[in-house]
Design a protein around this ligand. Structure first.
Ligand SMILES: Cc1cc2nc3c(=O)[nH]c(=O)nc-3n(C[C@H](O)[C@H](O)[C@H](O)COP(=O)(O)OP(=O)(O)OC[C@H]3O[C@@H](n4cnc5c(N)ncnc54)[C@H](O)[C@@H]3O)c2cc1C
Length: 318
């Protein structure tokens, strides 16, 4: 890549949201660069589910296909990390780790989020496999199995109820979660969800396969899967450099947007998990497309105004 690039739109992040936006923008004959660090959130998972027509597709295969589709329409996808962004007059300048700078009239932040996992040994190692968070993503795969819920947040009871829909053998490990209220205790009891007091020391594996939840007091409980409630923190470095701030949410923090992903920073849009912590793949794709249509419309308006001014100047000159 040249050290300087001028485009209509720079899309930061080439996951489901960013690539979908790039396709829509490129199909509108907008010059677009996608800068992607290549770490989609669901990469540890074997397959992405609830993706119509492609259910179970390997996450990286889905993105490779999306990238080829975007490039077919002229979008350029650049493997790199955007490290700094600033406004300079009418354009944004985005510095990449390799040293190049992209200049763009509009910016779409599709950088996803970071799953902050509970600091229990075994959780990170098994994340996306034996350790899961989303009943819709991988609940079917563990249906009917022994499921342990690692209690860390007020959402842990809700998560236990969600997975109880998929298995009769659900155990809630209290660990660090707040004391459930009376209603929650009644729900847990009525649904035969076992509640285990005490701190979880680790998840024990055998040959890389999850076997037991080990408590600090040494007790072990056999499980096939463990669910966790990460804190979902949108990647916001660039947004904050541009003057934006993250909005707190009970489950984490995100970039708040108006209709079609417009942020509080003029000229900057956000889509996917950056602005919607709960967005699954197809919701992220949809948000990317929506943001792209809004960005294109914004540019159409700006281009039309510029054409009007140019025309007036031509007439004034004669
Ligand atoms: C374990 C797991 C399993 C899941 N399974 C499913 C499932 O089965 N079905 C489903 O619908 N959803 C699933 N999800 C949710 C799914 O991962 C998200 O919906 C989806 O990834 C959101 O897409 P996105 O484009 O917003 O973000 P991402 O896919 O995370 O893409 C963001 C991209 O931006 C890049 N990036 C970040 N910062 C920068 C930067 N500064 N410069 C350049 N690039 C940058 C990242 O490297 C990444 O490639 C799962 C999530 C997890 C954690």
């Amino acid at each position: 890549m040249n050290t300087e690039q001028n485009v209509d739109v720079a899309v930061i992040g080439g996951g489901a949201a960013g690539l979908s936006a790039a396709i829509t923008l490129a199909r509108s004959l907008r010059s677009v660069i996608v800068v992607d660090a290549g770490e989609p959130r669901n990469a540890p998972a074997e397959g992405a589910h609830n993706v119509l027509g492609l259910d179970g597709v390997a996450p990286r295969d889905l993105l490779a296909t999306g990238r080829a589709e975007a490039e077919r329409y002229g979008a350029r996808v650049h493997e790199d990390r955007a490290v700094a962004a600033r406004r300079r007059g009418d354009v944004f300048e985005v510095d990449l780790a390799v040293g190049a700078t992209v200049r763009a009239r509009r910016l779409l932040l599709a950088t996803g989020l970071v799953d902050e996992l509970p600091a229990v040994p075994g959780v990170r190692e098994l994340w996306g496999g034996g350790v899961l968070h989303c009943a819709y993503c991988h609940g079917w795969e563990v249906r009917g199995q022994r499921i342990g819920v690692l209690g860390t947040s007020p959402m842990s009871v809700h998560q236990a109820l969600m997975f109880r829909q998929l298995s009769e053998d659900v155990t809630l490990f209290v660990h660090t979660m707040p004391e459930p209220d009376d209603d929650a205790w009644e729900q847990l009891a009525a649904l035969n969800i076992q509640v285990v007091d005490g701190t979880v020391r680790m998840l024990r594996t055998d040959g890389g396969v999850l076997r037991t939840v080990v408590l600090a007091d040494g007790h072990e409980f056999a499980v096939d899967a463990v669910t966790v409630t990460p804190r979902f923190i949108a990647r916001s470095d660039l947004y904050e450099q541009l003057g934006g701030t993250l909005t707190e949410h009970p489950m984490g923090a995100f970039v708040a947007t108006g209709p079609k992903g417009r942020t509080d920073v003029p000229g900057v849009w956000a889509a996917g998990n950056t602005s919607d912590l709960a967005a699954m793949v197809t919701a992220a794709e949809g948000a990317g497309v929506e943001a792209a249509t809004a960005i294109n419309a914004d540019l159409v308006t700006e281009d039309a105004a510029a054409a009007v001014r140019a025309r007036a100047q031509r007439y004034a000159a004669v």
